[in-house]
Design a protein around this ligand. Structure first.
Ligand SMILES: Nc1ncnc2c1ncn2[C@@H]1O[C@H](COP(=O)(O)OP(=O)(O)O)[C@@H](O)[C@H]1O
Ligand SMILES: [Mg+2]
Length: 277
């Protein structure tokens, strides 16, 4: 049931029969998914449906109990810890809802960190160019506390891209941002795909953010339940509403609320601005 936008595009990520258990919970229950290189895929689904687990397994941050993960043609399951660490460092970028910047380092030092950890000295201008690419020219010496939430997330995106990864994963990257700032970060992520051919896989609760993707896949109880190509926000909202078992009002919904799956309502942020960098 999976399809890529362009069948001829090589898969940047290939998941087969992915299972991940936590005790009795099957966080992933047999997921097959191909992500075409140079495409933007959004992952949606109710809270607890396995979205973060899917991303973490695909990014080599967590190991599945069964199934295969391939990133840029490399199978992860055969890799020992050292080679997996190298693959994560060199081929995979990961962006978190809460930015995960080191507060004592400047923006430039945060961005350079993956290179430093690899024992590489950044080339002259490399970090400055990465910050300029995300709209933060001139902010090199600011520390996270001196930057807004949106700016912190831009630093985190620059850091994730500094090693030129094959795939960028983002788990609710706009979840801690107000809607205007979130939309600006989405503009940046979309541009990275359109202008630089990056591959992006992003978890989001926000139909407006998901509508920026080329394709949305929907998870329910650890299984792929649906997908939508060339999505619009109202279509995404309607599909999300249809996923919910009758009689439930969704993860953050209020029982007995209006019942219409309006985009604005569905796009309510679960987090608030001010999450520490
Ligand atoms: N480290 C863990 N220990 C125990 N249960 C977990 C752990 N991580 C996730 N789970 C469970 O796995 C399911 C999927 O979680 P998650 O992938 O975080 O969902 P989502 O990101 O869609 O909200 C949930 O039932 C969650 O409680
Ligand atoms: Mg999650």
């Amino acid at each position: 049931m999976t399809r890529t936008l362009s069948p001829s595009a090589p898969a940047a990520v290939r998941l087969r029969g992915l299972v991940r258990r936590h005790g009795d919970v099957r966080a992933l229950d047999g997921v097959d998914l191909d992500v075409g290189a140079g495409t933007f895929t959004a992952v949606m689904g109710p809270s607890g449906s396995g979205k973060s687990t899917l991303l973490r397994c695909a990014a080599g941050l967590d190991r599945p109990d069964a199934g295969r993960v391939e990133v840029a043609g490399t199978a992860l399951e055969g890799l020992g810890e050292r080679r997996l660490t190298l693959l994560r460092r060199d081929r995979i970028g990961f962006v978190f809802q809460s930015f995960n910047l080191l507060p004592t380092l400047t923006a430039a030092q945060n961005v350079a960190l993956p290179l430093r950890l690899a024992g590489r000295r950044p080339a002259r201008g490399e970090v400055r160019a990465a910050l300029a690419r995300v709209g933060l020219a001139g902010r090199e010496r600011h520390r996270p506390a001196e930057l807004s939430g949106g700016q912190c997330q831009r630093v985190a995106i620059a850091r994730a891209l500094i090693t030129r990864p094959s795939v960028l994963f983002a788990d609710e990257p706009t979840g801690a941002l107000d809607s205007t700032t979130g939309a600006e970060v989405m503009d940046l992520l979309r541009a990275l795909v359109d202008e630089e051919g990056r591959t992006l896989v992003m978890v989001t609760h926000d139909p407006l953010a998901a509508a920026r993707a080329d394709r949305v896949v929907f998870l329910v109880d650890g299984r792929l339940a649906d997908e939508l190509a060339a999505p619009t926000a109202p279509e995404v909202s309607a599909r999300l509403a249809a996923l919910r078992p009758a009689g439930t009002a969704g993860t953050a919904g209020v029982a007995g609320a209006s019942g219409t799956a309006g985009v604005a309502g569905a796009a309510e942020k679960t987090g608030t601005a001010g999450v520490p960098c």
